[in-house]
Design a protein around this ligand. Structure first.
Ligand code: GAR
Length: 187
């Protein structure tokens, strides 16, 4: 069995979609959802789908607690799906090429500290871009700068609000993120 671990901080639409995608897979399984927010919707979603949840605070993330729990789960892939804290260096070192993130724009544009969720879509709108998209990339010590694995653009020429852009991005995330995870685990 190949073990997938998800880190998420918020609504968890990606986490839920990934869990469902692998639900009946006999070779790959989502074994846990880690979150820094006990009240995040992702916790409830994971529990409803019978996936173990592990909640931690910042000290536990940058200290021993999270890494200790990860080691017990023996992850083949760690997936950041709407995880908003900086991923700690001591965990990145422990899992080379095994930690990936999804970003709701076409990196290197609209990445970096503070660029998450609606802030990204607002910036894209403000700059009158005709397209945006998703980027799936490896996680390194810098926000949104690790090697790019996959990108998919989408036209937003008829979008006039950040919510409309978010919807188009979510469509791409739902369609492609689980498939990319599946392919990475096959390679
Ligand atoms: C997703 O759109 C994801 O791409 C984005 O947060 C959203 C989480 O939604 N991630 C970032 O902005 C990271 N910089 P979800 O909780 O419903 O999956």
């Amino acid at each position: 069995m190949q073990n997938i671990v998800i880190f998420a901080s918020g609504a968890g639409s990606n986490a839920e979609n990934i869990i469902r995608y692998f639900k009946n897979n006999t070779k790959k399984s989502v074994v846990a959802v880690f979150s820094n927010n006990a009240n995040a919707k992702v916790i409830e979603k994971a529990k409803n789908l019978d996936v173990q949840t592990i909640v931690f605070n910042k000290d536990e993330l940058y200290g021993d607690f999270v890494l200790k729990n990860l080691k017990e789960l023996n992850p083949d892939l760690i997936v950041l799906a709407g995880f908003l804290l900086k991923f700690p260096e001591h965990i990145i070192i422990e899992y080379p090429n095994k930690i990936i993130n999804i970003h709701p724009a076409l990196l290197p544009k609209y990445g970096g500290k503070g660029m998450y969720g609606k802030h990204v879509h607002q910036a894209v709108l403000d700059n009158k871009e005709n397209e945006t998209g998703i980027t799936i990339h490896y996680v390194n010590e810098q926000f949104d700068e690790g090697r790019i694995i996959f990108q998919k653009p989408t036209s937003i020429s008829n979008c006039s609000t950040p919510e409309e852009i978010a919807n188009k991005v979510h469509e791409l995330e739902q369609r492609f993120f689980p498939e990319v995870i599946d392919q990475l685990l096959n390679s």
